[in-house]
Write a new protein. Structure first.
Length: 206
């Protein structure tokens, strides 16, 4: 049976958990990381030398890096749905997943850490403001891409929506000023109506 290591509050773990729920895969979970600890054990280091979450074990295949895990699960268990069979369509999904990992999520990190995980009297407001501006600018790129679309690639959910949606959830939940994003908001509400997001994206930010 598929086993997943990671804490529920981690955005990267949430990508994997949402995917697993969409696919209705039998699985077990072990809470590690953050307040749960467990990343410094020799056993965990043998699975992931980076000592980060998430990690999965699927029938003896040990895999880390959240986007790689999402791609693997989608390809193995949902070819033609979350994993597009058309190479050109799949390349577009890959593009948005990579954009999230290399642009949007890193830009958001300092603001998230400052506002959600740092006591107010210890916050670096200049860093938070710079991060917020960059995050908002990137959010407008996604807003533009979602014009006249139900999902990021077209008319059905793919692995790219899962990865984007988890990060968008944080952006929309953080106590910051954001530009108007009507198309993104409709897309996000559509994602949140999916049963697989319940218990994953309904947790408070922490």
């Amino acid at each position: 049976m598929l086993k997943i290591w990671g804490r529920s509050s981690s955005v990267n773990v949430q990508k994997v958990m949402w995917t697993v729920r969409e696919l209705a895969l039998p699985h077990t979970t072990e809470q590690v990381g953050g307040k749960f600890g467990g990343l410094d054990t020799p056993e965990y280091g043998a699975m992931n030398p980076n000592r980060k979450v998430p990690v999965i074990d699927d029938g003896g295949l040990i895999l880390w890096e959240s986007n790689a895990i999402v791609r693997y699960l989608a390809a193995r268990y949902s070819e033609g749905t979350l994993w597009p069979t058309d190479v050109a369509v799949r390349a577009q999904a890959d593009r948005w997943m990579d954009w999230t990992a290399t642009e949007w999520q890193p830009a958001m990190g300092p603001a998230f850490l400052g506002l959600i995980r740092t006591p107010e009297d210890k916050r670096d407001h200049a860093v938070i403001e710079a991060s917020t501006r960059k995050t908002n600018d990137l959010g407008l790129i996604l807003e533009n891409a979602l014009q006249q679309k139900e999902y990021i690639i077209g008319s059905h959910l793919t692995m790219a929506d899962i990865v984007l949606g988890c990060v968008a959830h944080r952006w929309l939940a953080m106590p910051i000023e954001r530009p108007a994003t009507p198309a993104l908001n409709v897309w996000y509400r559509r994602l949140m109506m999916r049963p697989a997001t319940q218990g994953v994206l309904t947790l408070p930010l922490s």
